[in-house]
Design a protein around this ligand. Sequence first.
Ligand code: SAH
Ligand code: SF4
Length: 423
Amino acid sequence: MNVNDSERIVSMLADLGYAPTNAPASADMILLNTCSVRGGAEEKVYRRLANLRIYKRDGKKQIIAVGGCVAQQEGEELLRKLPYLDLVIGTHNLHLLPDMVRGAERGERRSETTFIDNDQRLDLFPSIKGESRLSRFVTVMQGCDNFCSYCIVPFVRGREISRRSADILNEVRQLADEGVREVILLGQNVNSYGLKAESEPSFAELIRRVSEINGIDRIRFTTSHPKDMSDELIACFGTVPKLSGQIHLPAQSGSDAMLKVMGRGYTRKSYLDKVHKLRILRPDIVFTGDIIVGFPGESDDDFDQTISLMEEVRYIDLFSFVYSPRPGTRAAGLHDDLPRAVKMARLDRLMELQRRHTLEICQPYIGSSMSVLVEGEGKLPGQMSGKGDIGRIVNFAGENSLVGTFVDVKITKAYPNSFLGEL
Ligand code: SAH
Ligand code: SF4
């Protein structure tokens, strides 16, 4: 989500004559696009901001701006706390960025964080120009209405709103015309698309319509909520060949007691049933997920349930986080007497198991052939890089002329985060 917003910001700033640089000290403007989903991410923003002040001390006319979720959360308070900060731009206000930057060039300081909770938000949302990657994000919905008890997203991204399907399909058609081969349908809770917009199709129907667009060969989506993984959507994995063979389906916990206090709206059994149905339709599907460890009240038994869920699902990759209390959320008020050391030990155990699973799942690909969309050069000289259907990076020796094509690569080695192969 933030990567996509950053692309949007870069595109808007390019229209004003700004270009990216790797030298922050001499930059005319520095904008931090921020995340506040966990306390650690937020603290990082404050540390980075404190460092930026050094550049300004030399009397430089550099614009310093904060965007994203920390900006939304803190608003004007940030301008008050940090005298060297020029702009604070909230998650619904990106369309104001050009005006704000022009003002800042004249020395004006400004904060804009008003939520726009109606259709106007869709029209004001700036588009991305000038990106030339073969795989592109397409926003289909924004915000989230789920209010999981630990999560700050609904507070900083606002109410859920689905984009008009006609606009989405037009955008995908245009991307296909520009040579894009893969689209990643994007939303905080992407599979609740259309549920609250009567005139719009279901998410499953949207996927079917996207798959009819010539030139688009692969479709992914993220992030999907297990409770909104409808039978109709699950069926798409059997009927829409363009749909990627990898799905991100965050469980958060394997314990029903924890899922209940988290307010997730599904049980361990209903989650596993969906995983099972998907596997029947696509026996080679791979799952990725998110897990929160050390939620208030998580007992040894609850944690063991999470471990056993991992054993049943066998994720190819897992993003695991120690629970971080977020201001204003329901869980922030829960009594939490679990020692930090216990939480860290659980995280270690979980990560150790995941490393084993990743290896066990990836090793059998060695010797097999994978269809790879070549996106660009790899890290080593002479190497090209792309992604296979299961979403993993594949590096292999090859020519630049392969960029933009699908090639068959034989996998020769499995690393923790990528494959090595040969053409
Ligand atoms: N909409 C997605 C998640 C978005 S946030 C979903 O519902 O799955 C990304 C991930 O951050 C979450 O899946 C969760 O695992 C983690 N996360 C969110 N809030 C957190 C918190 N307070 N502490 C620790 N991890 C958290
Ligand atoms: Fe947060 Fe839950 Fe919404 Fe995901 S579904 S963004 S975890 S509130």
